[in-house]
Write a protein that binds this ligand. Structure first.
Ligand code: PLP
Length: 446
């Protein structure tokens, strides 16, 4: 481009001088320059090709530079780049229709946002107005976004420095057998005890004060803990019993990541509100939203909904969503993700666990997997403390990079979250790099 210099060195220099980075101590980071990306690969500033096992922040579900999404954005840009949200635009209308054709029963109307955090903020606002109650329950080991309320609802260390003011948020433990909060030894036990615990929290907090339970259908960044069968249904029952709304956060787990369009489908659950972002348009243009049940929608039939955004349903973002969803349908992308989980990632990662002592747990579904690294399999001592990294984790990640794999890591875990369009051969090549990298690093690196 004549406007944007392609030179990687110059880009890095300008970034370090003028760009303020998320979640970072500005003087302590050394961000990677990306000069090019295509399909499951990207290229760094030195021209090295990296297999993208991250989908960036788990959003490029159809990979980089997908021709159908790029063309849709170009066509939309040529006809109508932008318009105020009060006007009808066909990209938004069609995106809403396509999204609601895949959301679980009855979630038939979409409020569009710019991303996941504001989707959760609006879902909670709707729940509070609908129920006339204030409190919100959410789990430890969760992430719901970086804005004020979304970060209060979050249950990971990013909340700690941001937990100011009275947000009415109460945290509880979700099911996580590997590090059970309930001394459970089976999935069944974990499920029953986690639901009993939630029932107690509801009773002790006062059921009539609770507007909503916000729950990632499969907690993502916090560790890809697939809930035991029956847990989400149990949450639905508790919500029904106490007049609480169920908000399913499908920002990361939605749009095929788990091998279903939405992860609530694994437990045949219909929430009252479902939030999404990321995979809805592979993150090509910022977009999120709330899928709303008829009951909640009815609350705002005669009474105005007190909320909005300048870019709600932005035509470029919605055109990208239309192309993404149609491509997912035409190319059977969700089925492909499910198949990858069954035939490549599940067996492949369990095989790695057989070979590497410090893999304590492998869990996941579809193209959504976590490998939990521990210093000792018996004590399950994490290879990095909660909320931090460690020299040995850093060494494993650097080894992956040197061999041409971009890994996703969080504390002591490596997440395997590539584009849903990755081929079995590419996926196996990535697992093989992970295997070599684990073999090449010893405790002495720590
Ligand atoms: N909810 C979940 C489950 C997420 O994983 C994320 C982002 O990672 C968010 C919400 C926040 O989305 P955004 O960063 O688009 O605001």
């Amino acid at each position: 481009s004549e406007l944007i210099p392609a030179d990687a060195g110059r880009a890095y220099e300008l970034d370090r001088r003028h760009v303020f980075h998320s979640w970072s101590a500005q003087a302590k980071i050394d961000p990677m320059v990306v000069t090019k990306a295509a399909g499951s690969y990207l290229w760094d500033g030195e021209g090295n090709r990296l297999l993208d096992f991250t989908s960036q922040l788990v959003f490029t579900n159809l990979g980089h530079q997908h021709p159908r999404i790029v063309a849709a954005i170009q066509e939309q840009a040529a006809s109508l780049c932008t318009i105020a949200p009060s006007h009808v635009n066909s990209a938004r209308s069609e995106a809403a229709r396509l999204i609601t054709s895949h959301t679980p029963g009855g979630l038939d109307r979409i409020f569009f946002t710019n991303g996941g955090a504001d989707a959760n903020e609006h879902a909670i606002r709707m729940a509070r107005l609908h129920t006339g109650r204030h409190k919100v329950l959410s789990t430890y080991r969760s992430y719901h976004g970086g804005t004020s309320l979304a970060i209060n609802v979050t249950g990971d260390p990013r909340r700690w420095p941001n937990d100011t003011g009275t947000s009415g948020t109460v945290h509880f433990f979700g099911p996580f057998l590997y590090r059970s909060a309930f001394a459970a030894t089976t999935e069944d036990e974990e499920c029953t005890r986690a639901l009993e615990h939630l029932q107690s929290v509801i009773e002790l907090e006062g059921p009539d004060t609770i507007a909503a339970i916000v729950l990632e259908s499969i907690p993502g960044t916090a560790g890809i803990m697939v809930p035991p069968p029956g847990y989400l249904r149990g949450v639905r029952d508790l919500c029904d019993r106490h007049g609480i709304l169920y908000i399913a956060d499908e920002v990361m787990s939605g749009f095929g990541r788990s091998g279903r369009w939405f992860a609530v489908e694994h437990d045949q659950v219909v929430p009252d509100l479902l939030t999404f972002a990321k995979g809805v348009n592979s993150g090509y243009v910022p977009l999120g939203g709330v899928a709303i049940s008829e009951g909640v929608c009815a609350t705002f039939a005669e009474r105005p909904y007190p909320g909005g955004l300048t870019y709600s349903g932005h035509p470029l973002a919605c055109a990208a969503a239309v192309a993404t969803i149609r491509t997912m349908e035409d190319d059977r992308v969700v089925e492909h993700a499910a198949e990858l989980g069954r035939t490549v990632f599940g067996p492949g990662l369990r095989e790695l666990a057989d070979r590497h002592e410090w893999i304590g747990d492998v869990r996941g579904t579809g193209a959504f997997w976590a490998v939990e690294l521990v210093g000792d399999r018996t004590t399950r001592e994490p290879l990095a403390p909660y909320g931090a990294s460690s020299p040995v984790m850093d060494a494993i990640l650097a080894a992956c990079r040197r061999r041409g794999l971009l890994p996703f890591a969080n504390f002591n875990r490596i997440h395997v979250v590539p584009p849903l369009t990755i081929t079995p051969a590419e996926a196996k090549a990535g697992l093989s790099i992970l295997d070599q990298s684990l073999a090449g690093v010893s405790m002495n690196n720590a």
